[in-house]
Design a protein around this ligand. Structure first.
Ligand code: BG6
Length: 485
């Protein structure tokens, strides 16, 4: 049995993709609230990856006619009791959730926190604990207070570091007896693709967007390290991790150039994890800064700040793999937040993402070889179009196939002595897509009756995969072996 008794089984969501109630009980707007859904907006480059201008943000904030799905989520704000009861029925021992900074500090830096926002999270956390579910809280998951964007251009400002550490410390103090697992930033490395949604920056308010991304990432790294140090001080028995979106990539051919390119792509993917785990900038990033002239402004104390705030574990999301190669003619396919070359050995999801369970094991080994600290699979899952039969059944056998194949590979990695703390299945309940704000791309074990335009009863229905995951958890992974033989 590869899964240890302490293995944490659960599911993951983010505040902006489920909560809704974007203007309730004093919440301020966040960067997630200004992305509309429209069937013509099908490419993440027109949506979450978009570098926004001040005028575009202002127009979206004032727009009375467009539909902005992350403002309504799946209304977890009013369904949390029912939804947490479903998690308990599944047997979750951990729930990865995020807190919306602008629900706690509506303007990001208000003199006093919003007690109504804190009261909501008190209830969510207490309900989880009443079922024996350990909350794992991500402090920032693709929703940055818009007021700080408009006031100080987000993470480009060093003041945002202090604002974030104040927000994080408040949560550590409030939940020190209740929450023992924390993550600073969701998919840290994505800031290089999403200057607005993660960086909180406006493209027309910076002289050079590439330089601004490096500066903002440096500030976020400082904030992450200072939050880690604060967590260690306030909750000595907590574990706090960093997180990246892992893009496993194989050389396209055995040409040496393709291997070199694979290493270079890995370096881009690992750069911020290297800082969060090892406490200093890796050589190859210093070299990139030198070559491009994009070296951020570093204060004398920054070296010590980074060194003193190293994470306890490294979490990552893993959905698909790609190829690295110099051949420009290879067919491309979509992947998580980008495009990659098509691998003839792999099938793809309906969204073109290449399904590669072995790649998860490859990644687990690579990360442990590189960092030597415990790992946490914080996101993994299959986005698919589900159909509800006339009698209300959802036969998502494709999702069961995807998940069981990945979990078996995770089990093999555990058997091969890679320490993994747990697995939180992404979007255990259907939610709004991060990249395109659609609802049609469903990841859940629980179906939510809501369409791309927010129409529907929001009723929750268990899919076939619900009972399957319940059995996996109840048997601590043993049912995966039975199903396989
Ligand atoms: C991860 C994000 O990159 O991928 C999640 O952390 C996101 O927020 C998930 O939902 C799946 O991506 P998408 O675009 O299909 O929602």
């Amino acid at each position: 049995m590869p899964f240890p008794d302490t293995f944490l089984w659960g599911g993951a969501t983010s505040a902006s993709q489920i909560e809704g109630a974007f203007d309730r009980d004093g919440r301020g707007m966040s960067t997630a609230d200004v992305f509309p859904y429209h069937e013509k907006i099908t490419d993440p480059r027109q949506s979450m990856l978009k570098a926004m201008t001040r005028a575009e943000v202002k127009a979206a904030m004032e727009d009375q006619t467009g539909f902005y799905p992350k403002r309504i989520g799946i209304d977890f704000y009013h369904h949390y009791e029912e939804d947490i009861a479903l998690m308990a029925e599944l047997g979750f021992t951990v729930y990865r959730m995020s807190i919306s900074w602008s629900r706690i500090f509506p303007n990001g830096d208000d003199p006093i926190p919003n007690e109504a926002g804190l009261a909501f999270y008190d209830q969510v956390i207490d309900t989880c604990l009443s079922y024996g579910i350990a909350p794992l809280i991500t402090l920032s998951h693709y929703d940055f207070p818009l007021a700080l964007t408009l006031k100080q251009n987000g993470w480009l400002s060093r003041k945002t570091v202090d604002d974030f550490v104040r927000y994080a410390s408040l949560l550590f103090e409030r939940y020190k007896d209740k929450v023992k697992y924390w993550v600073t930033f969701n998919e840290f490395n994505i800031i290089s693709l999403t200057p607005f949604i993660s960086g909180g920056m406006l493209a027309d308010q910076v002289a050079d967007l590439e330089a601004a991304k490096h500066q903002a990432a440096h500030h976020q790294l400082l904030a992450s390290s200072l939050a880690v140090a604060a967590c260690h001080r306030i909750i000595p028995d907590a574990k706090i991790g960093g997180m990246i979106a892992r893009f496993e990539s194989y050389p396209e051919t055995c040409a040496p150039e393709d291997s070199l390119l694979t290493i270079q792509n890995d370096q881009k993917n690992f750069a911020y994890a290297d800082v969060m785990v090892k406490g200093s900038y890796p050589n190859y990033l210093l070299q990139t800064w030198a070559e491009t002239g994009l070296t951020p402004v570093l204060a004398p104390e920054d070296v010590a700040i980074l060194k003193e705030g190293c994470v306890d574990f490294l979490g990552f999301s893993y959905y698909m793999s790609g190829l690295s190669g110099t051949d420009k003619t290879t067919e491309k396919t979509a992947g998580n937040l980008g495009y990659t070359k098509k691998n003839p050995y792999l099938k793809t999801s309906e969204w073109g993402w290449q399904i590669d369970p072995v790649g998860l094991r490859v990644t687990l080994h690579k990360l442990y070889d590189r960092y030597g600290i415990p790992l946490f699979v914080l996101e993994n899952g299959l986005g698919a179009r589900d159909t509800v039969s006339a009698d209300g059944e959802i036969e998502d056998t494709y999702r069961i196939a995807y998940l069981s194949a990945h979990l078996r590979e995770l089990g093999k990695a555990l058997d091969e002595r890679v320490p993994v703390l747990g697995y939180t299945l992404w979007g255990w309940i259907d939610l709004i897509s991060a990249s395109t704000s659609e609802m049609s791309k469903r990841y859940g074990l629980v179906y939510v009756d809501q369409d791309d335009y927010g129409q529907g009863s929001q009723k929750r229905l268990k899919k076939k995969s619900f009972a399957w995951y319940q059995a996996v958890i109840a048997s601590n992974g043993k049912s995966l072996e039975e199903a396989h033989t």
